[in-house]
Design a protein around this ligand. Structure first.
Ligand code: FAD
Length: 360
């Protein structure tokens, strides 16, 4: 029987694997072979101490990251300003490439990986059986579920709350040789949601639109002219596209991803501990998911080694800090949405600014 099996090789799973190894426990990392697509993510400055403690600070180089000079927003009023909620910056990352580097570092550490997908977990008093996509099964004393938003264990006994129906649609554009993009994030609120623009390493730009799934315009999946029309209705985003010589209609492919806020009230079910988005997935507006994934992966590893020695102190502390962090994040998120009051009758804003946070 394995001591610890980790499900998922995103930032949470990989941070967990490296921490376990450093604590003398050799985990088995199970994840499907394919990479998670880059979405022009900003890695918060909060990730710095976690990357340092994992020995991964050096992975942020010209191939994987660009230092971010802040965030500008057209939010709450019709003038562009530097975002007071994001005074501290971080890095615009090529998430796929950064995760590849982390994976290479784990390979060099000798972390055992299995390219598969967990389909079902069955608990017993002594172990967890992980049923895999190929029909085989692996037993472990503890499982750390880092399988992201589609978490294998969410919705089981843990209390799950889905707070909205946010989805992201986004496209990536190559910059012309002469175009110089400011390494800063741009966010613009519109009646139906908000736009996001950010530079990516290797001369690319990400343009994203966030709205609720039931407000997505019909036909957007296939109609680049509709996408370009929507972008042209913005103010700062459209000006920045023009200044960079980007025609939104030339986007090779629009991609869609769920981006709703989903919280859990428990981080452990018997012998299964959760980390990263599998423990709670947040609205990307705060750009904090990756730092939380790293932190919680490290904490979940500490919890698992404690639990193997029948000591739940580390887990209790992890769970308390995680849940307190989520509660405080939700208060901030609510304040940011509440600071936009130009569209009081628009369903997107009514849904957010009328929601109660009681009980979170
Ligand atoms: C559109 C969008 C934009 C975002 N922008 C930002 C941003 O700018 N900054 C930021 O900090 N955060 C951002 N986030 C959030 C961030 O991407 C997540 O919080 C972060 O990736 C969570 O990391 P994770 O390791 O928990 O999960 P993931 O990165 O989702 O990794 C999950 C892993 O589990 C694997 N897996 C899935 N199912 C199974 C299974 N059944 N068995 C085994 N393995 C499985 C997957 O293949 C993957 O390896 C954004 C999210 C979205 C949707």
């Amino acid at each position: 029987m394995r001591k610890v099996v980790i499900l998922g090789a995103g930032m949470a799973g990989m941070a967990c694997a490296r921490t376990l190894l450093r604590r003398g426990c050799r985990p088995l990392l199970i994840a499907p072979g394919h990479d998670v697509a880059s979405r022009g993510e900003t890695l918060s400055f909060r990730a710095s101490p976690y990357l340092e403690s994992l020995g991964w600070s050096g992975l942020l180089d010209a191939e994987t990251a660009i230092a971010c000079q802040g965030r500008y927003s057209l939010w709450g009023r019709a003038a562009l300003r530097r975002d007071t909620f994001h005074q501290e910056s971080g890095w615009h990352i090529d998430r796929q490439r950064l995760e590849q580097r982390m994976a290479e570092s784990l390979d060099a550490d000798g972390v055992e990986r299995l390219s598969s997908e967990a389909r079902r977990l069955s608990r017993s008093p002594t172990h967890v059986a992980v049923d895999l996509a190929d029909g085989s099964s692996i037993e472990a004393e503890f499982v750390v579920d880092c399988s992201g938003r589609s978490a294998v264990t969410s919705g089981s006994e843990a209390q799950l709350r889905r707070l909205d129906k946010l989805v992201a649609c986004y496209g990536i554009f190559d910059l012309e040789d002469e175009a110089e993009a400011v390494p800063a994030t741009l966010v613009e609120a519109v009646a139906t949601g908000w736009w996001y623009m950010s530079v990516m390493p290797r001369d690319r730009i990400l343009l994203g639109f966030f709205t609720d799934s039931d407000l997505l315009p019909a036909g957007l999946r296939r109609d680049m002219n509709l996408w370009a029309h929507m972008a042209s209705q913005t103010s700062a985003v459209s000006a920045r596209l023009t200044s960079l010589g980007i025609d939104a209609a030339t986007c090779a492919q629009l991609q869609f991803a769920p981006a709703s806020t989903v919280t859990l009230s428990k981080l452990m079910d018997d012998r299964i501990v959760r980390a990263g988005d599998a423990a709670s997935a947040l609205d990307p507006l705060g750009a904090n998911g990756l730092a939380t994934a790293l932190w919680s992966g490290i904490q979940a590893a500490g919890s698992a080694t404690g639990l193997l020695a029948q000591d739940c102190t580390a887990f209790r502390q992890y769970e308390r800090q995680f849940l307190e962090g989520i509660a405080s994040y939700l208060v901030t998120q609510r304040a940011i949405y509440a600071s936009e009051h130009r569209f009081p009758d628009a369903p997107f804003w009514r849904q957010r600014n009328g929601t109660s946070l009681e009980g979170i």
